[in-house]
Design a protein around this ligand. Structure first.
Ligand SMILES: Cc1cc2nc3c(=O)[nH]c(=O)nc-3n(C[C@H](O)[C@H](O)[C@H](O)COP(=O)(O)OP(=O)(O)OC[C@H]3O[C@@H](n4cnc5c(N)ncnc54)[C@H](O)[C@@H]3O)c2cc1C
Length: 471
């Protein structure tokens, strides 16, 4: 008798979901998503793990999954609380024999599962390998021998076949007959709305159905044929796929995206741009495997290379960067877009990350944590991996990247259209001529309790940068 708890995490979909397929072979099943209360608490880098925009996207995605499960006579139990104790008490209450979840990299997730196993030695824990293009078994090397650079990884993987996605689960076992003893969280249906700034062309809507719709639309257009030429633009909805939020919550699997690339290549055109799309997905895979390999080093100041960058924490500089009030207009425009929409182009992310590290000399981890709070498409491995790369402590064989802001402005925003869209022209812009540090860093009033940059930024943001000011 298999009594299974399917712990849903970054796999908010029915189609191509090997974890749900496995769960479908049980006798009785409960599907659980845990909203961990830690996600809303300020961390040591002055930011929250989950910001408002991604929270909205997540709620819409959970609503969508719940609706899909209800067509299979199941439901999603959404619980608010501490993840370990919630899983522990559900396993105990329902005498769970099997726990199924998707295998994701991350120190918290993995230490949590090993603690759960210690508490319940009888419990069978199945971590399903489906978060990446390739499964670990398909890698032609042990994780500990992961190639040290992306280009080497790419070469090694070029001959390895990618598994086809599977179709949606057709039937699921019945639910348990008792109500869980934990507190269930009620999602507000109104959260299933558009996130970002629709008037600026941001149209992210959470959930598998919306993700599939967007995937089909992108590959029904001619955009994949020119992706390589336009992907570095600072602006433009169609200049990159915008699939990242759906991929990262698992509303879409990365293999479904790959299948669409292949289909486009077979039916429309195969060129450098379509190849480039695959290579970006491969970058995503590479960072996931790096994270699996290095674990906690992903979040350490010295990074993978183990040498400390010449940066520190300057609270005032960091706050100005978060608020888009640095002496660099292009950086400010990017930071405003990020704060107001939850999205920023890859080039924008590179420019602002380089600015924080190289121009402002701020510890890169504060920037990574700010991105974690703000981004609608946050992914631990990709975010911290890219930040390490730019800070020169990651997988970059060249030892870090310094983007020349003037040159980037001339190349990507010569006419100033992007800056005009996102800079706050109506309020005082005197900060552009100011020196970075108005007070000595040691005098800056900052407390270690909850009155942190994050809450200060939220307060300042609403007062000094009304949403309507964005042109
Ligand atoms: C400092 C910094 C932080 C970043 N943080 C994140 C993050 O938290 N989450 C995230 O998904 N991406 C992150 N990226 C990578 C990249 O900026 C986004 O994936 C991309 O902008 C998302 O838009 P898109 O889906 O239109 O990308 P596209 O250009 O259409 O690319 C297709 C897919 O390829 C993958 N991809 C693209 N660029 C990269 C990259 N540089 N590294 C790894 N995978 C990539 C993503 O899955 C993306 O959805 C970060 C980049 C930088 C420089």
């Amino acid at each position: 008798m298999k009594r299974t708890l399917y712990w849903v995490t970054k796999d908010l979909r029915i189609a191509d979901n090997a974890a749900l397929q496995l769960a479908s072979q049980s006798n009785e099943l409960i599907c659980v998503y845990i909203i961990d209360k830690k996600w809303f608490q300020i961390n040591k880098f002055q930011s929250k793990p989950l910001g408002e925009k991604r929270w909205q996207f997540l709620q819409a995605s959970l609503n969508d999954l719940n609706q899909s499960l209800s067509t299979l006579e199941q439901k999603l139990y959404i619980v608010y609380g501490d993840t370990l104790s919630t899983l522990g008490s559900l396993c105990e209450q329902f005498k769970i024999t099997d726990l199924i979840t998707t295998k994701v990299p991350g120190t918290d997730e993995n230490s949590l599962l090993s603690k759960l196993h210690t508490l319940n030695p009888e419990l069978t824990i199945n971590q399903v390998d489906q978060f990446t293009l390739f499964t670990e078994n398909a890698l032609p090397f042990e994780i500990n021998n992961l190639p040290a650079s992306y280009s080497k990884f790419r070469k090694v993987m070029s001959s390895i076949a990618i598994q086809q996605p599977s179709s949606a689960v057709k039937a699921l076992p019945c639910m348990f007959q008792a109500t869980p003893s934990v507190t269930l969280y009620q999602l507000e249906p109104s959260q299933a709305s558009t996130i970002g700034r629709p008037e600026q062309g941001h149209i992210f809507k959470g959930g598998e159905q919306q993700g599939l719709k967007h995937l089909k639309q992108y590959f029904a257009s001619e955009n994949p044929s020119v992706y390589k030429e336009v992907r570095n633009s600072l602006d433009g909805w169609e200049n990159s796929t915008k699939l990242s939020p759906w991929i990262n919550y698992g509303c879409l699997s990365v293999r479904q995206v790959m299948q669409h690339i292949k289909h486009y290549e077979q039916t429309v055109e195969s060129n450098k741009s379509t190849e480039s799309l695959y290579l970006e997905l491969l970058w995503r895979d590479y960072f996931q495997w790096v994270h699996f390999k290095v674990d906690a080093k992903m979040y350490q100041f010295k990074g993978l290379v183990g040498s400390a960058p010449l940066t520190t924490f300057y609270p005032e500089r960091f706050k100005k960067w978060c608020l888009g009030k640095t002496p660099y207009p292009l950086v400010n425009a990017c930071m405003n877009e990020l704060r107001h929409s939850g999205y920023l182009s890859n080039r924008g992310r590179q420019i602002v990350a380089s600015c924080l590290v190289n121009e402002l000399s701020v510890d890169w981890r504060y920037g990574a944590a700010w991105f974690e709070e703000q981004l609608i498409d946050y992914d631990a491995a990709i975010n911290w991996g890219n930040w390490q790369y730019i800070a020169g402590v990651g997988v970059d064989p060249r030892g870090g990247r310094h983007f020349n802001i003037k040159k980037q402005t001339n190349t990507h925003d010569l006419n100033g259209d992007y800056q005009a869209k996102w800079l706050d022209k109506s309020s005082n812009t005197a900060y552009l001529d100011q020196i970075l540090d108005s007070v000595d860093a040691s005098d800056w009033p900052i407390s270690s309790d909850s009155a942190t940059i994050s809450s200060a930024v939220n307060a300042l943001t609403t007062s000094s940068f009304s949403r309507n000011n964005v042109k």
